[in-house]
Every structure is written in structure tokens, then in C-alpha cells.
Design a protein around this ligand. Structure first.
Ligand code: ADP
Ligand code: MG
Length: 266
């Protein structure tokens, strides 16, 4: 065999960043996810749209196993999330193993969830030092770099309560990025913000997208989806109703449910 045959690590480059296969989730008798199949490729920005209650947050939480699925499987960067597979059986990972898996998946929520009693720099530095083995100096240098990236240079010693919602959310993004994640999940990151603060957070997300980050974004910001997303996925009542390239879905939705939703968004 020619040595060139194996020159490219083909297997490593072909699998998607996120692969969800028939993901189901019930809370008691309420089936919230009814078999979700979706893929997010490396470097792709995918917006997940859908009415309230359709299961978007639940699905996002399944991706890092904050929510335990009822059935199905999710792979991130080719690795099964939450379980070890032995023969035909799945065994749930330990808390420590889950924590290691989650290091690669950044998540930003609607509520900023910063540590209220810590200043901005500590909020950003703590996890990389504790969970990524970074030295204090490394973590501080990276945190300052990230604060510049989210346009918050000089806010190192501010406490969350001294910041606007938009600033807090940008700190939350910097904090997630400080772990050097492979994938960023956003769950309505601007829904809790005053309208005049939405743009500054979307601006940071756009920058991140342009830098090549793989992103799965639940949002109702249609202009952002239109400009930044490579693909959109429309979910309703626990199923993927429609998905495709952004323009195709937004300008020419095939399903009546997608059409009705998009009409309401205008
Ligand atoms: P979305 O993010 O699209 O608004 P969610 O994933 O938050 O939807 O919720 C989907 C459905 O699951 C809703 O009916 C919600 O009430 C229900 N649900 C979400 N979390 C729980 C929970 N922990 N226990 C019971 N029901 C839940
Ligand atoms: Mg939600």
C-alpha cells in the first residue's frame, strides 16, 4: 500500500461535531423529544428554531448529558455522550467522566449564571485552572485575551452585579470559551436582555462564528439566523419538522408548521 493512502486521518476528519440519533426524552408520561435526528458539522453554525415548549432546551441539555435521554444516542466529535457501550448495553458514565466530557462543550444559557460572589476574571479563570490543568498565569492571560474578544477589556475586577445584562452575557461567553471547547451551545442567549443590549451579544456570537467555532444556537433572532447560520432546523412538538440551508428554510419553508411559525416571528 502506498504510504500516501494513510497520510490523511480520514476517519478523524469525516465525522460530524454533533450527531444525534433518534433521541427521545420523556418526563413521566410527557414525551418531549420524539426521535430527534440531527447533525452539526465541524465549523458549522446551526440555528435551532421552534415555538416555546417544542423541546429545544431539553435537546440542548441532552447534548452534554445535563438531561438523561430516554432513548437514542448523541455523539460529539465522534464520541458517545454520557455512556460507555459494552456489547449491547449502555452504562452511564460516572460524574467525573461526565465532567471530562463536558469540558469540550461550552454552554451559554438565557440567564447568565455567573458566580455572583466572584469578579469577572475569577469567573473566567476558575474552571480552566481546576478542570483543564491550566496554570494561574496561563488562565489569566487567556481570560484577558477573551475579555478583549468580547469587548470587555478592563472589566477584570467588576462583579456581575455591576454589569449590564449584555455585559454579563458576554462574560458568560468568555467563561465558556476559556475552556477551549470544540462546540458551543447557546440557549436563547439574548432572550432575557433588554432590546438595546441584544446587538452587542449577537455581535460577539457573530465574531465567534466567523472565527470558525462550531455552534448550535437556539434563538428567536431571525436576522441573526439569516445572516450567520449555515443551516436552520425547525422543531415543533418534539420532532424536527424541517431543516436545510438557511435561506431555503426561511424563504421557502416546505412545511405549513414552519410557515406558520415564521409568520408569527415577523
Ligand atoms: P423549549 O426550550 O423549546 O421551549 P423545553 O425543552 O424547555 O422547550 O420544554 C419542552 C417540554 O418539556 C415542555 O412541555 C416543558 O414543560 C417540559 N419540561 C421541560 N423540562 C421539564 C422537567 N424537568 N420536568 C417536566 N417537564 C419538563
Ligand atoms: Mg427553551
Amino acid at each position: 500500500m502506498s504510504p500516501l493512502t494513510n497520510a490523511q486521518p480520514v476517519k478523524a476528519s469525516v465525522h460530524p461535531m454533533v450527531e444525534a440519533i433518534d433521541v427521545r426524552k420523556s418526563f413521566g408520561h410527557l414525551e418531549v423529544l420524539k426521535g430527534i435526528d440531527l447533525t452539526v458539522h465541524k465549523g458549522e453554525v446551526v440555528c435551532l428554531l421552534g415555538p416555546s415548549g417544542s423541546g429545544k432546551s431539553t435537546f440542548l441539555r441532552c447534548i452534554n448529558h445535563l438531561e438523561r435521554m430516554t432513548a437514542g444516542r448523541i455523539l460529539v466529535d465522534g464520541k458517545l455522550i454520557g455512556y460507555h457501550e459494552r456489547g449491547d448495553a449502555l452504562h452511564e458514565m460516572t460524574g467525573r467522566e461526565l465532567a471530562i466530557q463536558r469540558r469540550d462543550i461550552g454552554m451559554v444559557f438565557q440567564r447568565f449564571n455567573l458566580f455572583a460572589h466572584q469578579d469577572v476574571l475569577t469567573n473566567i479563570c476558575q474552571a480552566p485552572i481546576l478542570n483543564r490543568g491550566r496554570s494561574r498565569e496561563q488562565a489569566l492571560a487567556r481570560a484577558r485575551e477573551l475579555l478583549r474578544m468580547v469587548d470587555l477589556e478592563g472589566k477584570d475586577t467588576a462583579f456581575p452585579s455591576q454589569l449590564s445584562g449584555g455585559q454579563q452575557q458576554r462574560v458568560a461567553i468568555a467563561r465558556a470559551l476559556a475552556m477551549d471547547p470544540k462546540l458551543m451551545l447557546f440557549d436563547e442567549p439574548t432572550s432575557a436582555l433588554d432590546p438595546e443590549l441584544v446587538g452587542e451579544v449577537l455581535g460577539v456570537m457573530r465574531k465567534l462564528a466567523e472565527g470558525g467555532m462550531t455552534m448550535l444556537v437556539v434563538t428567536h433572532e431571525m436576522a441573526f439566523a439569516r445572516d450567520v447560520a449555515d443551516r436552520v432546523i425547525f422543531m415543533d412538538q418534539g420532532v424536527v419538522v424541517e431543516q436545510g440551508p438557511t435561506r431555503e428554510v426561511l424563504d421557502n419553508p416546505r412545511s405549513e408548521r414552519t410557515r406558520a411559525f415564521l409568520r408569527r416571528m415577523h
